[in-house]
Design a protein around this ligand. Structure first.
Ligand code: GAL
Length: 685
């Protein structure tokens, strides 16, 4: 089932075997740099045979050397919309904007700074473009105009800002309805490889890009259950107490995470258990007996007290971060030293994975991390290393789990180009719920996964609304790193840390439990969507425009998203009691009531219900509610039929065996050895 091949080292990846990748075109412009995302990749491309073969490139890039580096130009047609460029939390359509793709934690303005900038974009003309660079490239997406080129007749206003066809006035941007260009300025470089991914629509262009990246990951089922990161101040006993309390109070949880203070030194890191955790092996065993996995926080900057510090010295950059060395993850030596130690001291004990923090950079929050002019033994400078650091850090940790043939799922705070294969989910300290929701839709353009994690909250409504978005995202994460008690016991951070438990906390707990139970019911469906990601490169969470590129209504929608092929989620933020929802083509059913809807609708959103719509004709498999995915009952499925007539459903099992269910004139027929249909309900509109 696993389609993926690992590349043995960071040696240059094999060139594209054109026959295996119809529809992907490589253009070498000038003399490309040696260190790029493609040349340092870990995963080989997988076949794109399942997509329609296209023999001519939909666009041709042009390039030229300038005094400042290298300049690439690609054409844009009138009203051609551009999406992608990685985790751009503050904008959706990129046409009309200038973005400098610079790795940065906590970007404050819409400048292109991002935890995960990705030099890949797709357009509504149905193709994608990857600029294979580790430089902070600047993309001018159709917002500049060369002197002396006449406008097309009758379309330009005085200042050049016009309302694009089909889009609201808020999208008045420069020359939207004129032919234009994407201009990409790459500092330092004398050339670059440009990869063009054909469609026919932007959906297939994204699929091709993801397959070229090595295809999507299949997280273990436990990775898709609930996650809870315990307070960083907790001791071993407190962690065990919390996990026991979750079971006793019937709070679903598959993974417990530890935050910085599990180590003797955390900024920078020692990777050694502190005396808060006197017997980590016993703790892991204890947790495992209760069906919990353990995930460890860390970052890569290595403290002098760490046992691997000395070995890393010769394989690290020339600047320190927080008093630690920066391993050169482009070198096999550094990766091996780092991975070996992690394997022996954590993974061998049963640790299931990591949260790889602080691997971005900071121009906005304290200016930590190494400078752009740093030098690394691999030959990379600091700018290139920043662009690749999150990726190659994931490689290093992945090598442990791949060697052990052990699936993992974890978190990472920075990623970049060709990231699809990594079972790591991005997160941020920015805590804007509306932006966090949009991150779910946008990440699907760029081969990355994103969680809108929950911490504390402004009020109960905020807590529940945030938890709902979390429950319908790639990772259902509650990050309690700075609160002693689960947020439903006390939502306010200072009071929570003083153990001032809300007198009515059990009511709030039970409302939160309902939301977590919803997640547990959806694990098989979400898992199935990930298997499709692995097979076909189709992201499990994505913007509506990816499925309905011909429908102009979808072009601006970033506050709703597709979850798998048959569900549209339309999250609600605190203070909102109803919202407008757009349902493209065909009938959709309210998940909660079964009522049939179509087109643009206004929906009421009572607090206990996040708006969810199921495509008409769908058989939706819902698991029994369990406390964790090891429970055999989590394999029991109820088939919910959202249809007034025929309905079909497809479910992929963990190992990829496909089980099809058909709804046939009133006779529901289910098949499959491992699935028990425990109940059968017909929901009618
Ligand atoms: C931040 C991270 C938080 C938490 C914290 C611990 O960088 O985003 O989730 O882990 O570090 O110091």
């Amino acid at each position: 089932m696993n389609r993926r091949q690992f590349l043995a080292t960071t040696a240059a990846a094999p060139l594209l075997a054109e026959a295996r990748h119809p529809g992907i075109f490589k253009f070498t412009l000038g003399t490309p740099e040696q260190i790029t995302p493609v040349s340092t990749r870990r995963y080989a491309p997988v076949s794109t045979d399942s997509l329609p073969g296209i023999s001519t490139a939909p666009v041709t890039p042009k390039g030229r050397i300038s005094k400042r580096g290298y300049l690439v130009t690609l054409p844009l047609a009138p009203n051609e919309l551009v999406y992608g460029l990685g985790l751009q939390l503050q904008s959706f359509i990129q046409r009309g904007l200038k973005k400098k793709l610079r790795v940065n934690a906590d970007p404050k303005v819409d400048s292109g700074d991002s935890h995960a900038p990705v030099p890949f974009y797709v357009t509504t003309r149905g193709y994608g473009v990857l600029i294979d660079t580790a430089r902070y490239a600047t993309f001018y997406c159709g917002n500049k105009k060369r002197k002396g080129i006449p406008d097309e007749a009758g379309s330009r206003t005085g200042d050049g800002f016009v309302s694009p066809v089909g889009l609201p006035a808020a999208y008045n941007r420069y020359n939207f309805n004129q032919p234009s260009e994407v201009l990409i300025e790459i500092p330092e470089a004398q050339g670059v490889d440009v990869y063009i991914f054909a469609g026919p629509s932007l959906r297939e262009a994204v699929q091709r890009y993801n397959l070229f990246s090595g295809s999507g990951p299949i997280p273990p089922r436990w990775g898709l259950g609930m996650w809870y990161r315990a307070s960083q101040d907790f001791t071993q006993d407190e962690v065990l107490k919390l996990s026991a309390e979750f079971r006793q109070r019937r709070i679903p949880c598959d993974v417990i995470g530890l935050e910085p203070k599990w180590q003797t030194h955390a900024y920078s890191c020692s990777y050694v258990w502190s005396d808060r955790f006197p017997d980590p092996a016993a703790m892991v065993e204890n947790l495992a007996a209760d069906h919990y996995r353990l995930n460890l926080w860390e970052h890569a900057f290595t403290h002098p007290s760490s046992p691997i510090y000395k070995d890393l010295l010769a394989h690290s950059g020339d600047y320190e971060v927080w008093g630690g060395v920066v391993p050169d993850f482009l070198q096999p030596e550094a990766r091996e030293i780092f991975a070996d130690f992690h394997e022996k001291t954590h993974v061998a004990l049963g640790v299931s994975g990591y949260k790889l923090d602080e691997c971005d950079n900071s121009d906005f929050t304290g200016n930590w991390s190494f400078p752009e002019f740093s030098a690394f033994p691999s030959g990379a400078d600091g700018e290139q290393m920043h662009s690749l650091f999150g990726l190659r850090y994931q490689d290093t940790i992945q090598s442990i789990f791949e060697k052990r043939k052990q699936p993992t799922y974890g978190l990472v705070r920075s990623s970049g180009a060709l990231a699809a294969p990594y079972p790591y989910v991005l997160y941020s300290d920015l805590y804007d719920h509306a932006e966090f929701i949009k991150g779910i839709a946008k990440s699907g353009f760029s081969g990355i996964l994103w969680t809108p994690e929950l911490r504390d909250a402004k009020n109960e409504e905020d807590l529940i609304r945030r938890l709902q978005s979390v429950a319908l995202s790639p990772m259902a994460l509650i990050n309690g790193w700075y609160i002693r008690n689960p947020p439903w016991k006390q939502i306010e951070r200072a009071a929570n840390n003083k153990d001032q438990i809300d007198p009515y906390w059990e009511q709030l707990e039970s409302r939160c439990r309902e939301v977590m139970n919803l997640r547990m019911r959806l694990v098989p469906y979400i898992h199935s969507a990930f298997i499709r990601y692995h097979r076909d490169g189709l992201p499990p969470f994505r913007a509506l425009v990816m499925d309905y590129p011909q429908d102009p209504q979808t072009w601006t929608i970033d506050d709703q998203y597709m979850m798998g092929d048959n569900i549209i989620v339309a999250p609600v933020v605190a203070g909102q009691h109803e919202r407008s929802v757009y349902l493209p083509e065909g009938d959709w059913h309210d998940y909660w009531t079964g009522y049939r809807h179509s087109g643009r609708i206004q929906v009421r959103a009572p607090l206990e219900r996040i708006p969810i719509f199921v495509r008409g004709g769908t058989i939706l498999p819902l698991a029994d509610i369990t406390l964790h995915t090891d429970d055999p009952a989590s394999w029991n499925l109820t088939a919910m039929i959202y249809s007034d007539g025929a309905a079909t459903g497809t479910l992929y099992e963990e190992d990829g065996t496909e089980v099809r269910y058909t709804w046939d004139g009133g006779n529901f027929r289910g098949a499959g050895k491992r699935y028990v249909i425990t109940d059968r309900k017909l929901m009618r509109g």
